[in-house]
Ligand binder design. Sequence first.
Ligand code: GLN
Length: 304
Amino acid sequence: MDCHKIIKDTYVQILDIENKGAIATYIPELGKVDPAHFGVCLTTNDGTQYTAGDAHISFSIQSIAKVLSLSFALSLGHTSIWQRLDVEPSGSAFNSLVQLETENGIPRNPLINAGAIVVCDILCSHLKDPKNELIEYIRDVANDPTINFSDKIAQSEKSNGYRNVALVNFMKSFGNIKNDVNQVIDLYFYLSSIEMTCCQLSKTFGYLANGGKQLITNKEILTRSQSKRVNAIMQTCGFYDAAGVFAYHVGLPGKSGVGGGIVAVLPNAYTISVWSPKLNERGNSYRGMKFLELFTDTTHETIF
Ligand code: GLN
């Protein structure tokens, strides 16, 4: 397929439609982003990148980082993780508390806030310096030493993250948080604050299109079977209560964040990232969803 042409044509068509939705403002720092940004980058498994628009501007990847913290916990060999977390779609908002009460503090999956907080707890139990080791791990996966947390975003998350503080305390009351709640939620807020450009994001996620191996170097980030499982979790749980909508319209495993980013994977072929800050009513990038739908409708390449 002529990737360059399809990306450019799709970009122009989406740019033409009304930029609907609203930017996330519940974290004040996120509300400061220019809603007109729109970037795309596709990275093929041989490392070639095709871009359109603001593909080289850094943005807050937010919940997309939950895939990286899960990969870190899996790579440390902790299969016991699945006694404390499930792998079912939640059908609820990313920050929902309701299911936790009836399900004894066991989050539905690692890609909703409650699940990612349990993963942070697991990392706190097994790492000496969780915050630094987490960012070093992500730099290593990205093969890019410039990737960083944003202190501003992390502080903004901290001063407004009432629901996340509730979630960690609620799960602690069920015995599903082993460490100090403040340490765990601090790591979670920093995890949510990681910044990348579209090009860094699609390159970082290349291992999930490449059987668990980093692009170019072939270094093992996850085993082939772990990589299959992470893709399966993204497919079923990557879009909060809109995982079905994304599967139906786009047909690729992926993950979104409230910063307006989406990354999607076609195993054995490529990863594609899109960033446009305005979100639809379910908290996923409005243009990002539209772009990826038109893109896979044009290429006819999906996992279905
Ligand atoms: N900052 C986030 C939070 O409120 C992450 C949310 C997301 O991207 N869905 O926990």
